[in-house]
Design a protein around this ligand. Sequence first.
Ligand code: NAP
Length: 300
Amino acid sequence: MLTDLQVAIFGGDARQLEVIRKLAEQGANLVLVGFDQLDHGFTGASKMDIGEVVFSKLDVIILPVNGTGPNGEIDTIFSNKRIILTAEHLKRTPKHCHVYSGITNAYLDKIVSQSGKGHTQLFDRDDVAIYNSIPTVEGTLMMVIQNTDTTIHNSNTVVLGFGRVGMSVARAFDALGANVKVGARKPEHLARISEMGFIPFHLDHLQKEVTNTDVCINTIPFQIVTSGVISKMPTQTLIIDLASKPGGTDFKYAEKRGIKALLAPGLPGIVAPKTAGQILGNVLSQLIGEQMSTRKGKVE
Ligand code: NAP
């Protein structure tokens, strides 16, 4: 139980509602910032503007999955108010206050470090990233179905990257009957791709490998689908870029060539916010519980 803990939850999308539900169930005292348009009330939770928050009393700060914008803005679908999180806010929190977000950026890293607070990026954890790959794959399937007039079955699908998302994507497309090729750079990845029954290729040969591609799914957060690569693709190729913003595709060049290329961020929050929120709620409740036990010097 998280009774007596003061937790501020800032903005976000529908996933955040599951986080709120989970922490409210655990008895935490919740301050909700950026939720003024949310009709639903939660036991033990109070909605506030950022100016009303007593930062000196907070044990935990939970930010949206993307953390903040590049200038500290907090995205929220539940309010039209502008919310900016600053180093000054974090400096007012107690020494033990811990910040959680899904991913981070230079601004968030800077204000957290200036304030000397602990920060956990949930998507750095393999368990979270692997569970989260499940709704990501479902969203990818949705996007491919919506943007093609042919079946996934029998399609020539190229997956770039063989990390937590790439592996799940390759498996799902293979299960639907696609001819799946996967590009990676590590020998152990190429070996595993082969062992799983997909066609492996080294990313050094990417240009040569995309000449008959129907669907290209990129998971590499690095400019990999360059103009040189796109110029070798057939014009009917669909590129779905899952890598975090700005993605790994030369979108301008794709448009110029008449190839449809879509950056598809935040799919779990779009196709399965409840499941995706439960994944985050469960891990947050576990991590905050551990943080509380460590502070009290006892193991529950
Ligand atoms: P991951 O496990 O770290 O996998 C990343 C893959 O990219 C690995 O295969 C890695 O290979 C490869 N890679 C990284 N930098 C590279 C480079 N410079 N050249 C060649 N290969 C490179 O990450 P993940 O969890 O699969 O997530 C992949 C991306 O999807 C991230 O940007 C993540 O934020 C994003 N994501 C998006 C959604 C969405 O809804 N669109 C959902 C979840 C995640 P090595 O091991 O060789 O480095």
